[in-house]
Design a protein around this ligand. Sequence first.
Ligand code: ADP
Ligand code: MG
Length: 315
Amino acid sequence: MCRSVVGYPKDVISERMVGSGPIIGQDAIKKRSFLDLCYPLADGVIREASERDYDAAYELIKHVVGLAKQGTDSPVSGIIGVPARASIMNKELLLDIAKEVMSVALVVSEPFMVAYQLGKLSNCIVIDIGAGTVDICGMKGTVPAADDQVTFLKGGDFIDGRLEAAIARHYPGVQITDSVACAIKEAHAFVGEATAPVIAKLRMEGKPVAFDVTEDVRVVCESIVPDIVEQLETLIMKFDPEDQEEALKNIILAGGGSRIRGLDRMIARQMKDYGEIVVTCVDDPEFVGSAGALRLATEIPADKWPEIGVMFGAD
Ligand SMILES: Nc1ncnc2c1ncn2[C@@H]1O[C@H](COP(=O)(O)OP(=O)(O)O)[C@@H](O)[C@H]1O
Ligand SMILES: [Mg+2]
């Protein structure tokens, strides 16, 4: 799993351990004790005020483009997925960075790319639960307009922070970090009925102890559901009344957070006053958006890209 993180050596000694250059992704997480970690896209966009975030975002994009080039010197065109409601300012900021390493770049709404990949371009709602943000997008047969999309900050990172705090409160004296909480979540996340108790081996005063964290995991995972349901209720009203029934049978869950067991059923149950609801989880939820971007790049000629998002490099 790729993490959008950049690590800078903490001091001259850590530089001797890991070298002076920034370290990207999982490698940075592994070497975290030597590094100051920076998550430049933590909220799905670049924090506009921070020079450090801007530099780290540049390092990330340069790294990804380097992977795409595979040592060759050919020009790279890229599509960058952003939260549904990223600001114009932020898209421009991303494009400024992309200009330094790509010849053509297009910034598009991520849930739209998910819909594109699935060929669900009308009467469908995509819910993309990522690390930083949850993005929801109503598809009506066109490039989605701003008010058909919502973004809120209750993605995977929010759950990790909540779970860390819940376990620390439940078992005073236990040693837990957000990355341990994240690992527990990725192995056991669920809402509704537990199929088996969730037991986590953690340390208490240095000694390993097994803790039952079933309730903590359930409550924290369920804490993102009310916002999702509320936003769905708002978006559905913006469809034509005769299209609402079909849209409610076409709710798509994507993003790593869609792996939370039981989430599809819980959302459907909470919307039951609206009639028949079908919520479907996609295969390969972390990559479906990138697959959609690649498909879009091959199917739609670059001179039409400005109709889809903001870009540079088109003639
Ligand atoms: N089984 C799982 N249950 C719940 N969350 C998960 C699971 N697997 C991965 N995640 C979470 O999904 C998020 C990453 O999803 P992804 O769609 O790749 O995000 P982004 O597009 O923001 O990079 C992380 O917060 C990760 O911890
Ligand atoms: Mg995503």
